[in-house]
Design a protein around this ligand. Structure first.
Ligand code: GCB
Length: 609
């Protein structure tokens, strides 16, 4: 009895110590180390099979079971109550949910372990572990030490392991929790599947002691109509950098610029060329850009364009453009997994091109980097957003900080992508003083980091300032004042009324700004037919598209559409038997890749635009 209670005491002391270490000593952020453009770095992929241990009660994160120390029994008398060595494996990158039937609805913590050897560790190098994304809260440990935590399920993060890496038997253990919480972004309820785990690439990155962390290049708007165009840029080094030289080269333009890094580790520069071809959907011209400093060298492919809102028009390179778009989730419905490869990106963009799109709404959170890079190459413009979606805790200052952090991570990743033209700051949120204040502060943050893109938000239609008489509707969410584009979601004919009601409806904006219809649509089970009033049939959806498109065409200042949605997508919210069965059926393409009738309605409409 005495021994047992002594044991309990020792255990609870260890538990408390570990709890303290995990929760309080461990920095929540990933040390703010930015390594952009990781595909151009010297790296080793850590993708593949990872051993995993399920932690149903979150004992590891809470410090009750030190799973990250990778303990093994020392001898036959020793007791360790978990084992990575005997555990099964999960594939990384990938959602854990669809890899094993028993994990399908798991919302909790899984600890992943990857072991590796590393030859030729050099004293002149620094080493980092990089995660493209892990959903949602990650505790990253290496060789038994906690490196830190990262919050947010869709943006990249990395941790330094220079002092810990060995040539043999390294173990990287990461606890990932996809538990939902009201002070997270997104909040507790969404209409998409909560894919858990390490959902994007993992890499071991090797860089020189002082390395190129990030760089931002963009066309100076004021030189758009000049023969000599100016590219404005800045770059930041990590390490002892003050006074160090750097060189930026665009060989095709014969541009070479030498710069000196200032005491903050950064520098600004400008490059001039009178041969610069602009990026556009018709001519998605990208230039090889090389940045060198000391022994570090990064190469990228960057396009240059301007995007502005003037009056009721969106101007790409100074010319009006109509955004023929479609919304999509970052999910490959054929594989029932988060999209995480070039092949996945090719599949989605291929379908969008076939539909006649020049624009995509990457809903409702940052998508994988591959799709943004491929959009650059294929000439497809993008709307990108954070999961500031239903049920956000607007009054909570910590949540605002999380939103700013997630946006910083996204901008750091995608600033140099010409295809990305719109940052959207929220989806379907109701105006209130706390929401407005939150979003205004976020607008300032985003504009402070990036003035080369337009800002919008997918507003809720039922929030007009002047009331909303049924037939004549004024778009007037107060946040629109702070944005460049007025966007709204509208489900007339699906959630309210029948499609023919579209005939008498008109919309106008309360401000002189371009308008994008950021969502409309209705569910159809592919292969189910009826007449145009039969719910869930392809015919209903087909007719709904016809009526909605005719209605939106009457909007003065309509600058684009992103109907909801390219493909059916997984969502626990939709369980109607034999119709939804866990899928939102508003896709124009089924989860098997079969096009529904409405696909061709939109295709025809875009052909004429
Ligand atoms: C919306 C949401 C989207 C949903 C969609 C629907 O307004 O923005 O996330 O999936 O409606 O299908 O109801």
């Amino acid at each position: 009895m005495g021994l047992v209670s002594k044991n309990i005491k020792i255990k609870s002391f260890i538990g408390f110590f570990l709890f303290f270490q995990v929760i309080f000593l461990c920095p929540l952020r990933s040390q703010n180390v930015i390594i952009s453009n990781t595909s151009s770095r010297n790296s080793t992929s850590l993708n593949g099979k990872w051993k995993y241990v399920i932690d149903h009660y979150d004992a590891g994160q809470l410090g009750f079971l030190p799973i990250y120390t990778n303990l093994k029994p020392k001898d036959k008398t020793d007791r360790v109550e978990y084992s990575f060595d005997q555990a099964e494996s999960l594939w990384v990158p990938g959602s854990w949910n669809t890899q094993k039937p028993e994990l399908f609805y798991l919302e909790g913590t899984i600890w992943y372990r990857k072991t590796f050897d590393q030859e030729n560790i050099s004293k002149d190098k620094r080493y980092f572990v990089y995660f493209g994304a892990a959903n949602y809260l990650s505790t990253v440990t290496f060789n038994g030490k906690i490196l830190g935590k990262h919050e947010g399920g869709f943006t990249p993060f990395c941790f330094e392991i220079t002092k810990l890496i060995k040539d043999k038997d390294n173990y990287l253990i990461i606890g990932v929790s996809n538990t939902r919480a009201s002070d997270y972004i997104p909040g507790k309820v969404t209409d998409w599947f909560n894919h858990g785990g390490i959902t994007r690439d993992v890499k071991l990155i090797e860089v020189p002691t002082t390395f190129i962390s990030n760089y931002f290049l963009s066309l100076d708007k004021t030189t758009l109509n000049s023969k000599t165009k100016i590219i404005k840029g800045s770059l930041t080094l990590n390490g002892k950098a003050a006074g160090q030289k750097a060189r930026v080269t665009i060989p095709e333009l014969k541009v070479v610029k030498e710069v000196t890094i200032d005491s903050t580790g950064s520098c600004k520069f400008s490059l001039a060329s009178n041969k610069l071809e602009l990026w556009s959907p018709e001519n998605p011209k990208l230039y090889d850009v090389t940045i060198e400093s000391g022994t570090d060298k990064v190469t990228d492919r960057i396009g240059f364009r301007t995007i502005e809102a003037k009056g009721k028009q969106i101007l790409l390179n100074g010319k009006p453009v109509f955004l023929k778009g479609i919304s999509l989730h970052d999910e490959n419905p054929l594989r029932k997994d988060r999209a995480n490869s070039k092949d996945d990106a090719r599949l989605m963009l291929g379908w969008a091109k076939e539909l006649g799109c020049n624009f995509l709404r990457l809903a409702h959170y940052p998508h994988q980097e591959n799709i943004v890079r491929l959009a650059d190459e294929m000439g497809i413009m993008l709307w990108e957003e954070l999961p500031l979606y239903w049920g956000i805790d607007w009054g909570n200052a910590k949540v605002l900080q999380k939103a700013k952090d997630q946006y910083s991570e996204l901008i750091n990743r995608d600033y140099n992508r010409a295809s990305s033209i719109i940052w959207s700051i929220a989806n379907e949120t109701s105006p209130s003083p706390t929401r407005n204040q939150f979003l205004i502060s976020l607008v300032e943050h985003v504009r402070g980091m990036d003035s080369t893109r337009l800002l919008s938000a997918a507003c809720k239609k039922d929030q007009a300032v002047d009331g909303h008489p049924d037939d004549d509707y004024t778009l007037g969410d107060p946040i629109m004042k702070y944005l460049d584009i007025i966007s709204f979601n509208e489900y007339l004919g699906w959630y309210g009324g029948l499609p023919e009601e579209c005939r008498k409806k008109t919309y106008k904006a309360s401000m002189e700004k371009p308008v994008i219809v950021s969502e409309f649509g209705g569910d159809a089970l592919q292969g189910f037919y009826g007449d145009s009033l039969t719910r869930w049939s392809e015919n209903y959806q087909e007719n709904l598209y016809k009526e909605n498109l005719a209605m939106f065409d009457r909007i003065d200042g309509l600058a684009g559409l992103t109907p909801w949605i390219l493909t059916d997508f997984m969502t626990p919210l939709r369980q109607l038997p034999n119709v939804q069965d866990g899928w939102n059926r508003k896709g124009l393409i089924s989860e098997k890749g079969i096009k529904k009738r409405a696909f061709f309605v939109l295709q025809k409409y875009y052909k004429k635009k």
